[in-house]
Write a protein that binds this ligand. Sequence first.
Ligand code: HEC
Length: 112
Amino acid sequence: MKSSFKGLAAALALALGGVSGAAAQTDAERLDHGKGLVETNCARCHAVGATDESPLADAPAFRTLSERYPVDALEEAFAEGIVTGHPDMPEFEATPQQIADIIAYLASIQPH
Ligand code: HEC
C-alpha cells in the first residue's frame, strides 16, 4: 500500500516534470509524507484512503472529516489537542511540519 503510493507519487512527480533536486518539498512529497504519517499513526482505526472502510467502526473515515469540519480547522484542532485527545488514541505528538503535511493529505482526499 505504502510502497505503491510512493510509486504513484514518484510517477506523478515525473509527470509533473521531475523534482530535480529542488530544496523545497514538492506537493507530492508533502502528501506522501502526510499519508505515511496517518498510515502509521491512525490507520489501525480510521479509514485513511479514498475508498476504504474504518477498521474501527466508531472512527470516522478521514475522507468524511470535511462533513464535520472545514479541513483547515483541523490544524487548530490538532494544536488544541481535540484530535489527539480522543479515546484509545496513542500519544501522537506532531511537529508543525508533520501537521501541515497531514492536513495537506487530508484535504487531498475530501470529496469536495
Ligand atoms: C485506537 C483507535 C484510533 C486511532 C489510532 C486514531 N483514532 Fe481518531 N478516532 C477514533 C475514534 C473511536 C473516533 C471517534 C470518537 C470520537 O470522536 O471521540 C476518532 C475520531 C477522530 C476524529 C474526529 C474527532 C471529532 O471530534 O469529530 C479525528 C479528526 C481523528 N480521530 C483523527 C485522528 C488522527 C489524525 C489519528 C492519527 C494521528 C487518529 N485519529 C488515530 C479512534 C482512533
